[in-house]
Design a protein around this ligand. Structure first.
Ligand code: THU
Length: 531
């Protein structure tokens, strides 16, 4: 099926660490009860009128951000499939790669064979070699480093090998070379997500980290969305640390940034340039300057700055642009630890061709990759569902809503699960699932549950209904035409032109299944109707 919309430019902006709340497995990551956005909502520094009108507060569980009746973007939250909560794994997942096993961490420091080898290759000693806060480590070890020339090696709860050095002792270019050396050395079971150069400056007692931090990421283990876009001759532009996270792979143009303001300024320049493909932006300050430092007010202020920027950016978007705003993990500033937090992430999709629908909870950041692949008609072969149909085409959106309703099917007797989504003339959508009963005859079909919900709140006219059915609870779907009783109920409330949309296939690997469409008069000719 041809794409229902024509998009030329996708702006994918990652607000680093802007988590949307606890996932079912957050406790396993030591993150029970976390919610980065909720912590920000409690700050008096938060002023985000643009994100609110797009619909951030309409995202499942984020009502505290302030809901709106007139949501302007498609919204949902995404769960993370990967076993991790860091930037690398998060960005890889949104480009299609699910990391089943976590990248290695070193809570007791790196083994001697590693530090010895590093010393041998750099000709410098190693000090610290423990998990440490980045600002504290230079305060505690900076003087010794300046005296001896030894490198400050430290880690965190993340999979990182960090090397701090004073810019006057180790010139930055030299520090980068050392980090490249470490990157080559750290493979296999020592294959940390990132080696990070952490240059600092200043005098003892007032050392400060400089903006010349540099990340050397492990290469993604498989082809990513970025590789596929590049191979299809699309522009793949990175702004900020994206380049580092993908080890430079799959990109056609890159811009390093000194922080959020710089990243936003670059993106504002690009919106006025012609390109065809993806502009992938990471705004790192949220995480680096505020999340890790547990500074909720600073974080909220930074988000308000982003919101202000959005006010200027949104009107510049063209008719064939799509803006996606998301995050790579959480970093709840109110959490007791300074580390990242395992959370859902928000996904806000805005553009002139985008239906402002609420897609609830979607499984996997991979949906971002699948959707972008669908937009550019790439042969996307990884895990993930495209949501392009749902955000651009009402019929496919209804199928998506029916598919989600199907997850609530109560069908222990037949094992046949059905979901329906009914579109009223008012524009509102009412969903239903089948509800079975041990006495069998009280069983109610999904369609009639949807009609009962709609009619009972005063809806009187209807445009169409989508029906998704199938056996079992997996993704297997089969065509599920409405039963005779449901057809009769439809004819009570709907005219002969009422549309019935039957999903006719599974949805998998980036492609949304197809559908067949019927008019009520085709499915119920000669309907009994006494009025
Ligand atoms: N079912 C529906 O929900 N809608 C239909 O149009 C056909 C049948 C349900 C009822 C029952 O729970 C199960 O499918 C098997 O008949």
């Amino acid at each position: 099926m041809k794409n229902p919309i024509q998009i030329k430019r996708v702006f994918l902006i990652v607000l680093d660490s802007l988590g949307a709340g606890e996932m079912p497995d957050s406790a396993e990551f030591g993150d029970r009860g976390v919610n980065t956005l909720r912590s920000l909502s409690r700050s008096k520094e938060l002023f985000i009128p643009n994100l609110k009108r797009l619909g951030i507060g309409n995202i499942d569980g984020l009502g505290f951000m302030g809901t709106t009746e007139e949501q302007q973007a498609a919204v949902c939250k995404l769960s993370e499939l990967s076993n991790g909560k860091d930037s690398t794994v998060g960005h890889w997942e949104m480009s299609g790669i699910v990391s089943r096993s976590p990248l290695p961490t070193f809570p007791d420091g790196f083994p001697k064979e590693i530090t010895d080898r590093f010393s041998q290759l750099t000709g410098r000693g190693v000090i610290c070699n423990k998990p440490y806060s980045g600002t504290q480590v230079i305060a505690d070890y900076g003087v010794e480093h300046m005296r001896t020339g030894d490198l400050i090696v430290y880690t965190s709860a993340d999979s990182v090998f960090q090397v701090a050095a004073h810019e006057d002792i180790v010139p930055v270019e030299q520090l980068y070379k050392y980090c490249e050396t470490a990157r080559k050395m750290l493979t296999g079971k020592y294959g940390v997500g990132r080696v990070i150069a952490r240059p600092f400056a200043g005098d003892p007692g007032s050392f400060v980290r400089t903006s010349r931090r540099h990340d050397f990421s492990i290469e993604p283990p498989e082809e990513t969305l970025l590789d596929a876009l590049k191979a299809a001759d699309k522009d793949v532009i990175s702004i900020g640390k994206i380049k580092d996270l993908f080890a430079g792979r799959g990109l056609t143009r890159t811009y390093a940034t000194s922080g959020n303001a710089d990243g936003m300024a670059r993106t504002m320049e690009l919106v006025d340039c012609d390109f065809n493909g993806l502009c992938f932006v990471n705004l790192v300050d949220f995480d680096m300057l505020y999340g890790h430092r547990q500074d909720a007010d600073g974080y909220a202020h930074a988000l308000s700055e982003f919101d202000k920027w959005l006010g200027e950016f949104l009107p510049k978007l063209r008719g064939d642009d799509l803006l996606m705003i998301t995050a790579d993990h959480g970093c709840d500033p109110a959490d007791e630890s300074t580390d990242h937090t395992r959370e859902y992430v928000p996904l806000i999709m805005y553009g002139r061709q985008i239906l402002p629908v609420n897609l609830g909870i979607q499984r996997g950041f991979t949906n971002i990759a699948a959707t972008i692949a669908d937009i550019f008609d790439l042969n996307y072969k990884y895990e993930g569902f495209t949501i392009l149909g749902e955000i651009s085409n009402m019929r496919r959106h209804l199928i998506g809503a029916a598919r989600r309703a199907r997850q609530n099917s109560y069908s222990p007797y037949s094992g046949f699960r059905v979901g329906a989504a009914l579109l009223a003339e008012s524009g509102k959508i009412y969903t239903g699932c089948n509800m079975e009963n041990s006495a069998f005859s009280p069983t109610i079909c999904a369609e009639r549950v949807a009609f009962a919900k709609a009619v009972s709140v005063g809806e009187k006219a209807f445009r169409m209904i989508a029906i998704v059915g199938g056996r079992g609870d997996g993704d297997i779907e089969e065509e599920c035409p409405p039963c005779g009783v449901c057809r009769q109920v439809m004819s009570e409330y709907c005219g002969s032109d009422f549309r019935i949309i039957l999903a006719d296939g599974p949805k998998w690997r980036g492609k949304c299944g197809g559908y067949k469409e019927y008019r009520l008069c085709e499915l119920l000719p000669l309907a009994f109707n006494i009025c």
